[in-house]
Design a binder for this molecule. Structure first.
Ligand code: UDP
Length: 243
């Protein structure tokens, strides 16, 4: 698959629909796959942390979660087809899982919210099989999460530990697993649990989902300072390229 490099991150030139089809094929063939949906914050963080950069390079697919990445690819004359978010991938994979009876593992968020996620998923997708869950607040150095996931043999594992933890967790553990799709889904569990509302469609259509999230969760402002730094880097690269 064609890659679009942005500040050292090899983004996959793939649209949402094609990726869903590919991930379903990986499940059917019992292949392993690691999917990251990256935004400018993740790109900036990887550029400041070589271990994290190496973790990201272990992924099979890195998509543009965030309009900033799509715009950057356009500016650098190597356009990515569209935004492909973790939340949208998760919902479409759940639809397929419900039809095919796939096994699901849920990893992340607080135990109380996670129980609500499990309940809501069972209600909306009665034919999926939830083979395991674990909250996202375990001791990093001494835990049995990897063993639990391995023993459960899930077809799809949704990892909602937030960035950079979720990418690090999959990168450090993927070699222990024999099969399955491992997808980073950030704050998606909080939306499914009913704790956080996703931006209404009109905000998403106008590419200002980030603004909606900032207004709803003002504590995010500090993380968003990565955005202008990212933009500055891309413009610098663009000017260098055209001079
Ligand atoms: N989280 C977790 N363990 C941690 C830190 C975070 O399970 O050690 C969860 C947190 O409860 C939330 C999600 O990870 O459900 C992160 O959400 P956020 O909106 O920060 O993620 P983003 O999509 O911005 O990466």
């Amino acid at each position: 698959m064609k890659q679009v490099p942005i500040m050292g991150i090899p983004f996959s030139r793939i649209d949402h629909k094609t990726l869903i089809k590919k991930l379903d094929e990986h499940v059917m063939r019992e292949e392993k796959s690691f999917v990251i949906t990256a935004n400018p914050e993740i790109v900036m963080q990887a550029n400041a942390d070589t271990t994290y950069m190496k973790n990201l390079h272990k992924a099979n697919y890195i998509t543009a979660d965030g309009i900033g990445i799509v715009r950057a690819s356009q500016l650098l004359n190597d356009p990515l087809p569209e935004r492909v978010t973790g939340y949208d991938l998760m919902l479409d994979l759940l639809e397929i899982a419900n039809i095919k009876g796939y096994k699901i593992f849920l990893l992340g968020t607080y135990a109380e919210a996670l129980a609500r996620v499990e309940r809501n998923l069972k209600y909306h997708y009665p034919d999926i099989e939830i083979v395991g869950t674990h909250d996202g607040y375990f001791d990093w150095d001494s835990n049995t999460v990897t063993e639990q996931v391995k023993a459960a043999e899930p077809d799809l594992t949704f990892v909602a530990l937030g960035a950079p933890k979720q990418e690090k967790w999959i990168a450090e553990n993927i070699d222990s697993f024999d099969k399955g799709v491992f997808l980073c889904v950030g704050g998606s569990f909080d939306v499914i649990a009913g704790d956080v509302k996703r931006a209404p469609a009109v905000w998403r259509r106008h590419n200002i989902e980030w603004l909606y999230r900032l207004l709803k969760q003002p504590r995010r402002w500090r993380r968003m300072t990565a955005l202008p730094k990212f933009a500055f880097n891309i413009i610098k690269k663009k000017l260098k390229g055209s001079s």
